[in-house]
Design a protein around this ligand. Structure first.
Ligand SMILES: O=C(CO)COP(=O)(O)O
Length: 253
């Protein structure tokens, strides 16, 4: 059975003291890492203090982006080596907000995925179709192309450690969630796409999260589906009690 990954993507929210208080509040109550992987995905300025706050607990810390080079003349960028150096374990790549607002492409996501493995960071690769693409019946092919390009050139050993987050753009921050059946069908499709270029074992181990208006009221139904291995959560991850309910739902014995 694949272990669930519940990741709270705070986006550009919380000041440092609020972020630290959050980790202090939740860290004693999150289930053990063997039961569910709990990740707080925070703004760059908060990462180092949060790694220190979370030390010795089952909370892991993730970044929301990075550049693919190790170092150099790239003003304003943060490297995978810098993230690893301060104790970050996960990195979200290709979030739709970055694709839409900051010109992130499938090619840049692919470079970042390779860079994440070079520095032993677990990539959470976001894919998902827009409302127009879904209306035009293009959702499956859009997601297929994003997955193939993002994972291009990875070994089977790397593929099995990838986390893909299926986040339909129309469900992000809108209160509209994909039905559990539709979300599961797309997550299963993603696994089949992975099987077209990686071996069966790698494709079966890779985790596929769902994201888009996940909250305590719908998380159990979503996580109960055969191919949904976790959730990438925005709004409902900002409050400690709601976040704890989400991670609790991801637990397996
Ligand atoms: O974009 C998301 C997580 O990365 C989803 O955000 P919401 O949970 O606020 O819809």
């Amino acid at each position: 059975m694949r272990k669930k990954v519940i990741a709270g993507n705070w986006k550009m929210n919380k000041l440092l003291n609020e972020a630290e208080d959050f980790v202090t509040d939740v860290k004693g109550d999150v289930p053990s890492f063997d039961q569910v992987e709990t990740v707080v995905v925070a703004p760059f300025t908060h990462l180092h203090p949060l790694v220190q706050k979370a030390a010795g607990s089952d909370v892991k810390i993730g970044a929301q982006n990075m550049y693919h080079e190790d170092n150099g003349a790239f003003t304003g960028e943060v490297s995978p080596e810098m993230l690893k150096d301060i104790g970050v374990d996960y990195v979200v790549l290709g979030h739709s907000e970055r694709r839409e607002l900051f010109a992130e492409t499938d090619e840049s996501v692919n470079k970042k995925v390779h860079a994440s493995f070079k520095h032993n960071l677990t990539p959470i690769v976001c894919v998902g179709e827009s409302d127009e693409q879904r209306e035009a019946d293009q959702a499956s092919e859009v997601v297929e192309a994003q997955v193939k390009k993002a994972l291009e050139g990875l070994t089977n050993e790397q593929v099995q450690d990838v986390i893909i987050a299926y986040e339909p753009i129309w469900a992000i921050g809108t209160g509209k969630t994909a039905t559990a059946e539709d979300a599961n069908a797309m997550c299963a499709h993603i696994r089949n796409v992975v099987k077209s270029f990686a071996n069966e074992e790698a494709a079966n181990q890779l985790r596929v999260q769902y994201g888009g208006s996940v909250k305590p009221a719908n998380v159990e139904e979503l996580l109960g589906q055969s191919d949904i291995d976790g959730a990438l959560v925005g709004g409902a991850s900002l409050k400690a009690d709601s976040f704890l309910q989400l991670v609790e739902a991801g637990k397996h014995e």
